[in-house]
Structures are given as C-alpha cells and as structure tokens.
Design a protein around this ligand. Structure first.
Ligand SMILES: [Zn+2]
Length: 258
C-alpha cells in the first residue's frame, strides 16, 4: 500500500504505520481523557505534508490536527491503521434479531470504504472562515453553522456530559454560529424552540456539506440471513488487534483452502 494518502478535503501527505512506541500513546490514560490520543497518533505517523488542502499550517507546514476537519482526521486514522496491520479490519457484532443473537464475524477493507470528498463549494465556505449557510424550512430563517474540527472533537464529550437531557440543542447551539434576526443571547432559546423537522433538516445539512468516510455497512447474519446496518466499531481492538485477530487469521488460513 502506498504511503502517500489524500484526505477527503485534499490534504495530502506521507504517512507511516504505527510503531511499538505508539502503544504508549494509546495506553496513556491522561491523553485518553483529554482526547489527545488521536492528535498524538496522527502527529507521529504523519511524516510529511505534500498538499495542505484547504488548511493554512504554520511554520514548516506541520499539521495542526486541532484545525483539521473531522472527516480528514478519521480518514487519516483509517489509513494509518491500514498501513500498520493491512487493509482488512475484522470485528464481531451480535445479530440484532432477538430470536437469533448469533455472533457475526465480519471483515471490511478499510481502504475501500466510501469516501465523500469536500466539495468545491464547501471548501470555499471552510476557507472563508468555516461558515456555512442554510435556510430552515419551518422557521424560514437563514442560519450559519460550521463544520467540526479536531478541537471540537475534544470539546464535544464534555458538552454532551454537561447537558445529557438537552443533547440535541446543546450540539446544535455548539455548531450554529448565528441566526438571522436572533440575538446571540437568544440563540439557545431559539434552538430549543425549533421544530424537530427543522432540527432534523439542520443535522442533515451538517452532513451534506461535510466530507468524510462512510462507516455504516450492511452485514448479513450467517445464522438467520437477516441483514442489518452497523456502524463500524472502533474500540481498542482497532489499534491493538493483538491475539484475537491473530487467532482468527490462523483459524481462517488453516480451515479454508483458498
Ligand atoms: Zn441472526
């Protein structure tokens, strides 16, 4: 696999697979708590920037991962994982059919997940200060919002913990910059009063203009043959697959003649 990758925004660079020393990054509790693990990991494995895409980085072109769009970060992470252990990612989930509940072992190729590039229009809005615009169908008002970057990724968990009963309005308030005719102080109240249709529309708009990797895949249960959509699980086994994976691979290579 080539070591030059191009992220959904056009950010391109040379990356390497993880080394043993990165295990320390992944095991670091303090880094896990403040959300710095991903930045550390990307910082170590990103060796050289070839094209900064829509970003302006400081001296020497060193990537500031806090300023990089979520979709790019995630894509880069997938590629680092693919470069470290190969593109296949094996995981297990339980069948959602209550009458079945069988364990489903599935495997995807990380390099073949559908990628949504940052459109020209979105790139312009991002470069112009990360300001995107849309009109709410019910409220009939113009709304400006922004795409999420690495810095936001760090803040969101705390935000969600602080407002567990108002999750949607907290997230909307975090992403919405301003609303036509609404004072900044009244923003939260306005968003609390949105119709769910408007809220739903807004969340769809966030996704529509964003770039990233589609990690929802359809899998089929080998027992009941039911199909279900699952989000790729990214737990500890994603970066440190360890023995589980080795055992699975061995079992496969000895049991199947192909
Ligand atoms: Zn099943």
């Amino acid at each position: 696999m080539a070591d030059v990758i191009t992220c959904p925004s056009g950010l391109s660079g040379r990356v390497r697979g993880m080394k043993v020393r990165e295990e320390r990054v992944l095991a670091d509790r303090k880094l896990a708590k403040n959300g710095g693990q991903i930045d550390e990991l990307l910082g170590s494995c990103w060796e050289e920037t070839l094209d900064p895409g829509p970003y302006v980085f400081g001296e020497g072109g060193k990537v500031d991962w806090g300023k990089v769009l979520q979709g790019d970060r995630f894509f880069a992470l997938l590629m680092v994982r693919a470069m470290t252990y190969g593109p296949e990612y094996a995981f297990g989930v339980s069948c959602r059919n209550d009458a079945c509940r069988a364990r489903i072992d599935w495997e995807v190729e990380l390099t073949k997940l559908p990628v949504r590039p940052l459109s020209e229009e979105s790139r312009a809005a991002f470069v112009g200060g990360n300001r995107f615009e849309t009109t709410l169908p019910d409220a009939g008002k113009r709304v400006r919002f922004r795409l999420l970057t690495g810095e936001d990724e760090r803040k969101l968990p705390a935000l969600q913990r602080s407002a567990p009963d108002k999750l949607l309005s907290a997230v909307l308030a975090y992403r919405v910059l301003d609303i036509d005719g609404i004072d900044a102080k009244a923003k939260r109240q306005f968003l609390e009063d949105l119709t769910l249709r408007d809220a739903d529309f807004l969340v769809d708009e966030f996704d529509r203009v964003d770039c990233g990797v589609d990690t929802t895949i359809e899998i089929e249960c080998p027992e009941c043959f039911g199909t279900q959509d699952v989000d790729l699980p990214f737990d500890k086994g994603f970066f440190l697959p360890g023995r589980d994976r080795t055992a699975r691979r061995k079992a496969r290579s000895t049991s199947s003649p192909t």
